[in-house]
Structures are given as C-alpha cells and as structure tokens.
Design a protein around this ligand. Structure first.
Ligand SMILES: O=C(O)CCC(=O)C(=O)O
Ligand SMILES: [Fe+2]
Length: 288
C-alpha cells in the first residue's frame, strides 16, 4: 500500500509513464477476455502510483466494459443520463458534429454530490476525433504535497457541501446525442465530504475538492466560503500538476476519481466524439 513502485510490482503487465504529473500506459493485457485476479491487482497498483492509466487497442462492447469494470467493485449508475440499451452501467457521452458544447468541460471529480462518489471512472473511446478531444487531469497528490503542513492542518476537519443542481445541464434533456434525465431528487440534495481525505489504498492524505458541484463549506455561507474556495480552486489546477490524455478509438482510460480532477477539452469541432463511461462505486470519503 504505497504510491511508489518497484520492478517486481508488475509481472503480467507493463506500465510506462505518459506525460507530466500523472498517467501511464498499461500494455500486455486484453481486457475483453478473462482478466486474471493478479492482473487486476497490478492495474490497481498502477492506479495507486499513476492515478490514471490507459489501455490501447481494446474492443470493448458495453457488456464487456461492464464485466471488466465490475472487477474493481460494485458499479454505480449515473443519475442524469440514460445508459446504453446493452448495459445499465455504461452510459454514452456523445458530442455530435453539429453540437458545440461538450460534457465534462470544467474541472471536476465525478459525482462529488453523491454520498459515495465513484472510486474509479472508466472511459472508453468508441469514436474519437482525429485531432483534439483530450482529457486533462490534475494530480491532487501533487497539489497536496506542495502545501505546507500547517496549511493542510488548517484545512483538515473542514467539510465541503456539494449539489448536482448547481450545474444547469441537469435541466436539459436530449439536446445532443445523449439522453439526459433531470432527476430532481438527486439534483436538489446537499451532500458534504471532508476537504482533506485519506486514500483507502495508499493511506495518503489529500485535498478533495471538486469545483463544478461545490456550494460552500459546511457551517459557512457561500459568501464566507468564497475567498478560501477561490484560493484552493486556483491552487488545485496549476499547470505543473496537470497531464493530458489523448485518445484513439478502442482506448480505455481509467482514473482514480478521488485523487485527480479532470476536464474534457472542447478543442475540436464539426466532428463526432463518442465515449462510453462506467463508474465504480466508491467508499464514503474518509476524513483526513
Ligand atoms: O469526455 C471526457 O473526456 C471526460 C468527460 C467526463 O467528465 C467524464 O466522463 O466524467
Ligand atoms: Fe467527469
């Protein structure tokens, strides 16, 4: 249970760092077949170290993606869009050639407004643009490492209130290739999580803050919360903490949704981008 690796950690896969702050390419495994338990454990090790991993050249139907994802834990259902017909745990993220807005085009961690936000998100590229359409990541491990221990201690014990309904998208149904559903019961509910969290695998303490759905600190008004929130929001997306994922058709990318933020870059137009997403149910976030 550590965030460093040695040459003996991987016997069934190879793991090569990609660029910048986080992210690695994993090779040597066919995700469509029976993936051995040791291989799953090695992939989790790679995620503990690199936070984001990609596998190229995979042919994952929605049922195959669901089957593979279920090896990492119970699967979650996304409350604001309809899944594929084939698998209730796989939902399409589509930007059509005619559409100009994209999904996920803001820094966030997925579904921070749930009591148990996803541990892992798995995104599969069905049809990806020739150029562009990257996903950016920022490592909150690096953000935390650059804080003084006094500052981190000050943040410890604080809680952040999240609400999905903060984001207007949830009122919107079917304006693009996706089937959105508004789900007011989930959207209009406040959920709070610790600002400093402990990672259940590695034991590390890290900043957990997802701007997209944040309202305020617990016990403070929005106005009182604003200065510190703005300070943290700008700290946690500094370019030095970032890496980018480029895509090709047939690529599966998994990220540890607890310890990275991501941002879907809308840097392509007039082209279809079609992805399939599955999320693994996480734990109730552990306070640091
Ligand atoms: O399409 C992407 O690159 C990421 C979209 C997103 O935010 C997500 O899948 O959670
Ligand atoms: Fe996302």
């Amino acid at each position: 249970m550590s965030t460093t690796e040695t040459s003996t950690d991987y016997e069934t896969i190879t793991v090569s760092p990609l660029n910048g702050a986080c992210g690695a390419e994993v090779a040597g495994v066919d995700l469509t077949g029976e993936v051995a338990p040791q291989t799953v454990a090695e992939i989790i090790k790679a995620l503990d170290v690199h936070s984001v991993v990609r596998f190229r050249g995979q042919e994952l139907s929605p049922p195959a993606q669901e089957r593979f994802a279920a090896r990492f834990g119970e699967l979650a259902v996304y409350p604001f869009a309809e899944p594929t017909a084939e698998s209730q745990h796989v939902f399409p993220i589509i930007k059509t050639a005619e559409q100009t807005e994209n999904f996920g085009g803001a820094w966030h961690s997925d579904s921070a407004y749930l009591d148990t936000p996803p541990s892992y998100t798995m995104l599969y590229g069905v049809k990806t643009p020739e150029v562009g359409g990257h996903t950016l990541f920022t490592s909150q491990r690096l953000v935390t490492a650059d804080m003084t221990s006094g500052f981190l201690d000050e943040l410890t014990g604080m809680r952040v209130v999240y609400r999905a309904g903060n984001v207007p998208r949830y009122d919107r149904v079917d304006r693009d290739g996706m089937h959105h559903q508004s789900n007011p019961e989930v959207a209009e509910r406040d959920v709070d999580h610790p600002l400093v969290r402990v990672h259940p695998n590695t034991g590390e303490r890290f900043l957990f803050l997802s701007r997209l759905h944040t309202r305020r600190f617990k016990g403070m008004t929005e106005e009182e919360s604003r200065p510190l929130l703005d300070q943290l929001f700008s700290m946690q997306i500094r370019a030095e903490y970032a890496s980018w994922m480029d895509w090709e058709d047939g690529q599966l990318t998994i990220w540890d949704n607890r310890i990275v933020l991501h941002y879907a870059l809308n840097n392509y137009q007039n082209e279809l981008r079609h992805m399939h997403r599955t999320t693994v149910l996480g734990e109730v976030p552990l306070a640091g």
